[in-house]
Design a protein around this ligand. Structure first.
Ligand code: KG4
Ligand code: ZN
Length: 382
């Protein structure tokens, strides 16, 4: 079964052709990062208008990349939630319209569920140059534990079977990706925050190694809080974010008066950067300590849940799954348990339509379809 997947939940516009839920024939993503970087985060109104501009060219490019004719497509799938209402409406409406015009079955896909399915994609016969598919091994081993960590979600989910989910815990405030994005803003490192912080942290850690010090020393250079919320699998990342803000503000208070005034009018955005110029804070070491605080909690809680529920596999999903420090630490935590760890290739951690085409297959194969009255559900959960 050949499915055209469409993704438009936030600031990425994606289209992909996926065969049998697994084999990727084409994958096109138009990112709005450059536009939103100017504002330090995603502006919903701008995002939805950009979706309108990109969606048709992106779908045409995906069809072309796979040398695919409409007669060969068996079904159309589009994200219907969670996400930004205006952005979701674009992909969903285009998906339904194409299905109506081509007389094809249509199915709406849950974006969070789709992130899990990025773990089992494979290269089809299309051109997917530069993707490292070796990181993905085999089929899902149920029961499995999914750590879903994106810009808006941080959840630990027990997956009993395809489509059977049990939420074990979730964030009580900021999502992990949101914390990366906000702290990146405080440090003046731009949007999206995750890759920027990872890069700075790497610089600090490399420098420590060159100075014959250990990577762990860099990661502990600043003492930052961790919210363990013991006895639950819930997360909280607002405390560490506030600690970073306080550090940046504290550093700016010790600046000469005129420099401090200049810092305050630019809000938090460049505070860390200016404080660093003043010699008070080491932004790279801060990035390393912050990343470690997030990774620590995610990895330990995931290991505890993997032990308690005796899962056979742990999968990482969502944009933050691209984080290299998290991947390494997760592997260390799980090694003694003998549990398989999987994560998607870097490009398939962040939003894409390949995962939409993949998740759709498992529902379509069970005979599920959606009517053309399907509406967007911005608050949809797993
Ligand atoms: O899944 P995603 O593309 O969009 C949502 O569904 O939210 O996730 C985006 C999030 C952003 O917060 C971004 O900062 C984060 O994923 N992210 C990372 C990395 N790459 C992207 N966080 C940490 N390390 C990374 N390498
Ligand atoms: Zn996402």
């Amino acid at each position: 079964m050949l499915i055209l997947g469409i993704e438009s939940s936030c600031d990425e516009t994606g289209a992909a052709l996926v065969r049998d839920g697994r084999y990727l024939l084409s994958n096109v993503v138009a990112s709005q990062i450059d536009i939103h970087n100017r504002y330090g985060g995603v502006v919903p109104e701008v995002a939805s208008r950009q979706q309108i501009a990109s969606i048709i060219p992106v779908i045409e490019a995906a069809m072309q990349q796979a040398s695919c004719r409409w007669e060969e497509v068996d079904a159309i799938a589009a994200t219907y939630g969670p996400g930004l209402a205006g952005s979701l409406l674009v992909g969903l409406t285009v998906g339904k319209t194409l299905a109506l015009a081509q007389k094809l079955p249509f199915i709406g896909v849950n974006h969070l569920e789709a992130h899990l399915y990025a773990n089992w994609l494979r290269a089809g016969d299309g051109q997917l140059v530069g993707t490292d598919w070796r990181v993905q091994e085999g089929d899902p081993l149920f029961p499995l534990l999914a750590l879903v960590i994106s810009g808006a979600h941080s959840e630990l989910v027990l997956v009993h079977e395809h489509g059977s989910y049990e939420l074990l815990g979730q964030t009580r405030d900021d999502a992990a990706g949101e914390a990366f994005d906000k702290v990146s803003r405080i440090l003046g490192l731009g949007y999206p925050g995750g890759p920027a912080i990872q890069k700075m942290a790497q610089q600090a850690e490399d420098a420590y190694v060159q100075q014959q010090k250990s990577v762990n020393q860099a990661r502990k250079a600043y003492r930052l809080p961790r919210a363990w919320i013991r006895g639950t699998y819930d997360f909280s990342f607002s405390g560490v974010k506030t600690a970073m803000l306080n550090l940046a503000e504290g550093a700016s208070r010790s600046m000469p008066a005129e420099q401090r005034a200049a810092t305050q009018v630019t809000q938090y955005t460049r505070m860390g950067e200016q404080a660093a110029q003043h010699g008070e804070l080491d932004v790279a070491l801060l990035a390393s300590s912050f990343q470690e605080a997030i990774v620590d909690v995610l990895a330990v809680k995931t290991r505890l849940a993997a032990e308690e529920f005796r899962v056979k596999q742990v999968i990482l999903a969502g944009g933050v799954a691209a984080n290299l420090s998290l991947r390494q630490r997760m592997a260390q935590e799980l090694k003694p348990l003998g549990v398989r760890l999987s994560y998607p290739p870097i490009d398939f951690c962040t939003d894409n339509a390949a995962m939409i085409g993949s998740a759709a297959f498992f529902h379509l194969a069970l005979g599920e379809r959606h009517g053309f009255d399907l509406d967007v559900q911005p608050g949809l959960s797993l």
